[in-house]
Design a protein around this ligand. Sequence first.
Ligand code: T4K
Length: 372
Amino acid sequence: MSEKKIFVTRPLLPELKDMESQLEEIWTSKQLTNMGPKHDELEHRLKETLKVQNLSLFNNGTIALLVAIKAMKLPYKSEVITTPFTFAATPHCIQWNGLKPVFCDIEPNTMTIDPNKIEALITPNTSAILGVHVYGFPCKVDEIDKIAKKHNLKVIYDAAHAFSTEINGIGIGNFGDITMFSFHATKLYNTIEGGALTYNNPELVRKIYNLRNFGIRNEELVEEVGINGKMNELQASVGLLNLEIYKKEQEKRKIIKEFYDKNLSSIKGVRIPKMPVNTTNSYQYYPIVIEDDYKVSRDELHLIFKEHNIITRKYFYPACSDYECYKHELSTKLADLSTVNDIKNRVLCLPYYGSLEDNTINEIVEVVQNAK
Ligand code: T4K
C-alpha cells in the first residue's frame, strides 16, 4: 500500500526559480492584469501551439464557455443538444445563457456525443450542438458539421480535455464555430485557473474581446453586456513557463499509457477506449471501462484502490442528466441515454501524471490484476 495518497492527477508546475524571475518582472512593471504583456505573449504563443487563427485567453474555462455560447447569439430559451457525459460546467453554461440543454447519448468507444442520435432530438427550437472532446477523444466533427449545416445550427466544442489534440494534423480548436479550452490546475497544460476560446470567424474577435471585458470597448464606449473573463499576468506567466514543459509531460504520460495499455488490456473485462486513427492524444486522462466479465464492479474496484491509498475518479458519474437540476426535464426523461447510463457505471480514471513513480504504476496495475 502507498504510504502517501495517490491522486488522479498532479499539476504540471514550472521550476520555482523560473517563476521567481517572472514575478520580479510583474512586480517591476506593476501591470497585474487587464491584457498585460504576458497575457498578450501567451495569446500569441498559444495560437501557434494550437494551430488556430484566433485565440482569446480567459480567467477560467467556465467563463470562456459562457462567453462562447453568448457570442453565438442563440435565441433566448432555445435548445442546445449536448452530451451528459461531461463535467457540470458544460450544461450549466448553456443554462446560464438562458438556453436549454437537451441531452444526447454518447458512443461507447470515444464516449463523445453520438451523431447518429442527434437528429432525432432536433426540434424547431434547436439552435446549436455542443460537443465535448471528453478525455481528449475528439467528437465525430465531420458528421456533426453535416448535421449542423443541414439544420442551420451553430456548433460549439468543449475541448477542456483536448489541449494539443489534432485530427489529421488540424488543431482541434479549428472545428465548429467556436471551441473552449480549460487550463485548470488539473489539466495537462495549466495556468492554475484559465482557459481560452478559439475560432476562425474574424468577426468574433471584437465580440469576444468585448464580452470578456464587461462589454467595454474604450473609456467612453460600452458596446454590450459583458463579464469579467480576463486572465491575469500571474496566470499568464505560469502559462508561458508551462508551454516550455508540457511536451515533456506528455512524453512521460505516453510511456505510462504504454505500460498501462500493455498490462491492463490483457485482463478479462477491462476495456481500454481507443483513440481514433489520425488523431493525436492529449494524454489528459487514462480511463478504463469495467465490463460485466471483470471480477468485481467498477465501484468495488474504486473502493479496493482506496484501501491502497490510491484515489481513482469516476469521471463522469453521475451523468449530468442525473443532476437534480436537469433530471426532471421532460427532454431528459424522454431521451434514449442507454449508452451514457451504462458507461457512467463502468468508467474509472486511473492516476495519470508524469511524476507518478514506477512502483506506484506497478501497484496500480497489480490492483487491477488481483482485485477480487
Ligand atoms: N468542461 C469540461 C469537460 C471540464 O472537464 C471542465 C473542468 C470544464 C468544462 C470547466 O473548466 P474550468 O472552469 O475548470 O477551467 C476537476 C477540475 O476542477 C475541473 O477543472 C475539471 N473540469 C474536472 C474534470 O476536474 P474535481 O472536482 O475533480 O477537482 P479536484 O479538486 O477533486 O482535483 C482532482 C485531483 O487533482 C485532486 O484529488 C488532487 C489533484 N489536484 C487538484 C487541484 C485543484 C492537485 O494536486 N492540485 C490542485 O490544485 O474537478
